[in-house]
Ligand binder design. Structure first.
Ligand SMILES: *[C@@H]1O[C@H](CO)[C@@H](O)[C@H](O)[C@H]1NC(C)=O
Length: 124
């Protein structure tokens, strides 16, 4: 009887702490109003996806699997002419998309979807 109670509690705790890992696809499109090339460099804690140069309206895509801790984070540097900005392109706690489609405007990135949201560049 005591053992059963302990098992139930363990399962409750697991359900609360662990997220099911999922495949995520991130697409980034250069829609800079100035029609310039956009240089993108995305990384996570243990992946460096190298520098990509996107011509106007070109789409760059990468895929990954989220971790069970809900802490998956990919961040990118974006640069064109004299501008350089950081943005957290995927944050498990913020983004519930599995196909995350971003358009990069000069003012910041916008996520496509029913709740299409535009964000500011990271401060710093
Ligand atoms: C944009 O990039 C392409 C190749 O990646 C290059 O040929 C072109 O000159 C670049 N355009 C500008 C305006 O820098």
């Amino acid at each position: 009887m005591l053992l059963m109670v302990i098992l139930l509690n363990t399962n409750t705790i697991k359900a609360a702490i662990f997220d099911a890992p999922k495949e995520v696809s991130v697409k980034i499109t250069n829609v800079l109003e100035s029609n310039e090339n956009l240089t993108v460099h995305c990384k996570s804690g243990d992946n460096d996806l190298d520098v990509q140069v996107l011509k106007p309206n070109v789409v760059y895509e990468f895929n990954f699997k989220t971790n069970v801790w809900g802490s998956t984070l990919f961040f990118c540097g974006f640069s064109w002419s004299n501008e350089f900005h950081w943005f957290d392109i995927f944050k498990a706690k913020r983004d519930d998309c599995s196909k995350c489609t971003w358009s990069i405007f000069q003012a910041g990135p916008c996520l496509y979807g029913p709740k299409g949201i535009c964000y500011q560049w990271n401060r710093q």
